[in-house]
Design a protein around this ligand. Structure first.
Ligand SMILES: *Cc1c(COP(=O)(O)O)cnc(C)c1O
Length: 379
């Protein structure tokens, strides 16, 4: 089955009870048993729920994996991955990282004796310098949030395999429409399904997708034992969102390109971060591992002008000033004071998250309106 068909049909069949084409919302915590242990595969909705199962199968299908797991948020999904580890284990992670991931690693898991190395992965072979006998996991985000750095998944996977280390890829920005890390050798794909997979800014959810049965069993154990699952209503919404992922992504990419090119030509704009530019340091890798460049664009104003950047985000009318990304509507954010405020200023600035940086999640409105809005806001 091709990707555009999988988004609609992957892992789903009409419901056996009445032929309902959409998986019904099984709004129940428990399931009647005929005799102790005599049930139809469902006994308690933390362990499994039929609507969530349909969604988990859809996740697995679109990422070309074997097993999907749905969580109450993207961070809950990441939390489950780190719980595979033991005190003393080490993780090598991208240094330009979603702020909440950084906070989870440094403020929660560090105190349980897990060590995190945050490193630049622009040149993937750099990773090898940090691998020790205790390294158990490489955590990669690509494109990174918000600097749009690109990390070579295939090369990273080769390094991970050579050292018998797990490779997890946060695929939130690219989505499987653009990039499928399991096909490039990653062991775990993670999503904040809150973003493009859900696609309509109406739910918070996380996903993990793997190929290996043993790894799936270990993650399923954690999902059930820690209990950070999502409910059936949200599972239904995510299933519905995924059905249009491919058509939405096509427009996100078109509009993202138009916005990136407009900004790059604007005299008041300093840097534009978008992997589709030939001048992007890892453009060639982006071209190889992604089928297009997505709808996320970051930029700074001339002279790193904080006041001017704040004015721009306040002036925007079609773009909404808000956290989050990946919905049908265009959003603008100021990472230093919003999504990345949990990262210390020095750490942030090392990776380029300066005070004038603005991050755009370019939506699927008419591109002409988006450019006109940027034009009036920048002045
Ligand atoms: C939003 C986001 C997360 C966290 O997901 P939540 O659903 O907000 O918990 C993780 N990684 C990236 C890249 C994100 O954008």
């Amino acid at each position: 089955m091709k990707f555009n068909t999988k988004t609609i049909h992957g892992g789903q069949q009409p419901d056996p009870a009445y032929g309902s084409v959409m998986p019904p919302i099984y709004q129940t915590s428990t399931y009647a048993q005929t005799t102790p242990g005599g049930h139809k595969g469902y006994e308690y909705s933390r362990s499994a729920n039929p609507t969530r199962t349909a969604l988990e199968n859809s996740f697995a299908s679109i990422e070309n994996g074997e097993f999907g797991l749905a969580f109450g948020s993207g961070l809950a999904a990441i939390d489950a991955v780190i719980k595979l580890l033991e005190p003393g284990d080490e993780v090598i992670s991208t240094n330009d990282l979603y702020g909440g991931t950084y906070r989870l690693f440094t403020s929660i898991f560090k105190k349980f004796g897990i060590k995190f190395n945050f490193i630049g992965m622009g040149n993937a072979s750099n990773i090898e310098n940090y691998i020790t006998d205790n390294t158990k996991l490489i955590w990669v985000e690509t494109p990174t949030n918000p600097m749009m750095n690109i990390i070579d998944i295939k090369t990273t996977a080769t390094i991970a395999k050579r050292h018998n280390v797990l490779l997890a890829v946060d695929n939130t920005f690219a989505t499987p429409y653009l990039q499928r890390p399991l096909e490039l050798g990653a062991d775990i794909v993670m999503h904040s399904a809150t973003k493009y997979l859900g696609g309509h800014s109406d739910l918070v959810m996380g996903a993990l997708i793997v190929k290996d049965k043993d790894l799936a069993d270990r993650l399923y154990f954690i999902q059930n034992a820690s209990g950070a699952v999502c409910g059936p209503q949200d599972s239904f919404l995510a299933l519905r969102g995924i059905k249009t992922l491919h058509v939405r992504m096509q427009r996100h990419c078109e509009n993202g390109r138009a916005v990136a090119e407009y900004l790059a030509s604007h005299p008041k704009i300093e840097n534009v971060y978008w992997p589709g530019f030939e001048s992007h340091p890892n453009h060639d890798i982006a071209k190889e591992q992604m089928s297009d460049f997505g709808g996320m664009v970051s930029f700074t104003t001339k002279g790193n002008n904080y006041q001017q950047s704040i004015k721009i985000v306040e002036n925007l009318k079609v773009f909404t000033l808000a956290e989050s990304l990946g919905g049908v509507e265009s959003l603008a954010g100021h990472p230093a004071s919003m999504t990345h405020a949990s990262i210390p200023k020095e750490e942030r600035e090392k990776t380029g998250v300066v005070d004038s940086l603005i991050r755009l999640s370019v939506g699927i409105e008419d591109g002409v309106d988006l450019i006109a809005d940027l034009k009036q806001a920048i002045g």
